[in-house]
Design a protein around this ligand. Structure first.
Ligand code: PLP
Length: 403
């Protein structure tokens, strides 16, 4: 820091970064500014995004808004990035960054296993725009090296990857990408800045679905791109302003309130996830558990190196997945049988391998075999919430009885 003060701790920054008491009223909580328009005394004010500067006054909320800007400053601070731009959802953030950085003829390398929406987006939408897309197992550095080409512009990694919690070594991939003249994007939604700050490991951009742990309460969609300040300024102009998928100030306000408790929530999430994963590992009906915090995770050594907190996403398998899924949907009392993740409420959902493969991943035989070796055939994805771990274990136990 310029004044030589030690950087404040994560809990302090999660609460205070980006926020300040209102200069007029002294309000301690951030103001929620829902106004779309801002009055100006300058009759010549420009209405072109091309003239947007970092210190431009507020004019119109699609360009910038005091509430969303506070969230952006908070996110940049806790992620260790120069700047952040928030979007209406994680998908809006992802497509904004991809459209901003890629042109027809460019080459993108992306994790062959990733959030289903992102997998489908790169395979369908980007290829329609003549971007060349290679889906590769980025946990395998030799495979990554072979996928790199002179036209490779961007590499998109998701770690831990949805749904199988496979990890990618961010530092190793960043070094190889940079040597080849490409930039690295890390979707760090499952990790959160409490576990991993990808920019510290050499990434150029970080993506978040704010809908998950950052909001933390399952009541607001949002997304963010973080990176260098010059890149974020052009990203704001080309995508937030011109594509228009901006975040509502109301959601920004909710997400900001969620982030204030992110460090203590993640500590509690990880603690419960460890207890639940140990319980499941010892359960007679459960054949397999994948959680980065367990020594049995195939990449536990990398998890220890790259994650300061193991987050609270885990998968498990039972002998007959489809019938267990039916019972869980009917019988669970505390855990909700529902998609999404990172909420205070625990959520579980069954993901059959064949359907994911057909709709989203479309892996070749070799990669499908790797997926099955890593995760098996069909997994329950469990987002461990903030309830008492004992209650979660008891709920799973009664739902798994006589499966
Ligand atoms: C949920 C999610 C997304 C998409 O985010 P939305 O906010 O639902 O649009 C992208 N990546 C990962 C890893 C996610 O979990």
């Amino acid at each position: 820091m310029s004044d030589g003060r030690k950087q404040r701790g994560m809990r302090t920054r999660a609460i205070h970064a980006g926020e300040q008491p209102d200069p007029v009223t002294g309000a301690s909580a951030p103001n929620l500014v829902m106004s779309t328009s801002f009055v100006t005394e300058n009759p010549e004010a420009s209405f072109s995004a091309l003239e947007l500067t970092e210190d431009a006054p507020y004019a119109y909320t699609r360009w910038g808004n005091p509430t969303t800007n506070q969230l952006e400053a908070k996110l940049a601070d806790i992620e260790g990035a120069e700047a952040a731009i928030v979007f209406a959802s994680g998908m809006a953030a992802t497509i904004a960054l991809l459209l901003h950085r890629l042109r027809a003829g460019d080459h993108l390398i992306v994790s062959d296993i990733a959030y289903a929406g992102v997998s489908e987006l790169v395979r369908d939408t980007l290829t329609k725009l003549s971007v060349d897309v290679t889906c590769a197992d980025l946990s395998d550095l030799d495979e990554f090296r072979r996928a790199l080409r002179p036209e490779t512009k961007l590499v998109l990694v998701e770690t831990p990857a949805n749904p199988i919690l496979r990890l990618t070594d961010i530092r190793a991939v960043a070094d190889l990408a940079h040597k080849a003249g490409a930039e690295l994007v890390v979707d760090s939604t499952f990790a959160t800045p409490i576990a991993t700050r990808p920019i510290e490991h050499g990434a150029d951009y970080v993506l978040h679905s704010l809908t998950k742990y950052l909001c933390g309460h399952g009541d607001a969609l949002g997304g963010a791109v973080l990176g260098r300040v010059d890149r974020m300024l052009t990203l704001r102009r080309d995508t937030a302003i011109h594509l228009g998928g901006v975040l509502s100030p109301f959601n920004a306000w909710l997400i900001m309130r969620g982030i204030a408790t992110l460090p203590i929530r993640m500590a509690a999430h990880a603690d419960s996830a460890m207890k639940v994963s140990r319980f499941l590992e010892a359960h007679p009906r459960v054949t397999r558990v994948i959680y980065p915090g367990l020594p049995s995770h195939p990449q536990h050594a990398l998890a220890k190196r790259q994650m300061d907190n193991y987050s609270a996403m885990l998968t498990f398998q039972v002998a007959d997945g489809p019938s267990a899924a039916k019972r869980m949907a009917e019988r669970l009392e505390v855990i909700h049988y529902a998609v999404s993740l990172g909420h205070h409420r625990s959520l579980v959902f069954y993901l059959p391998t064949a359907e994911l493969q057909k709709a989203s991943f479309r892996l070749d035989d070799e990669h499908l075999e790797r997926y099955r070796t890593y995760a098996g055939d069909g997994v329950f994805r469990l987002s461990v919430g903030l309830e008492d771990a004992d209650d979660l274990c008891a709920d799973l136990d009664q739902a798994l009885a006589d499966v």
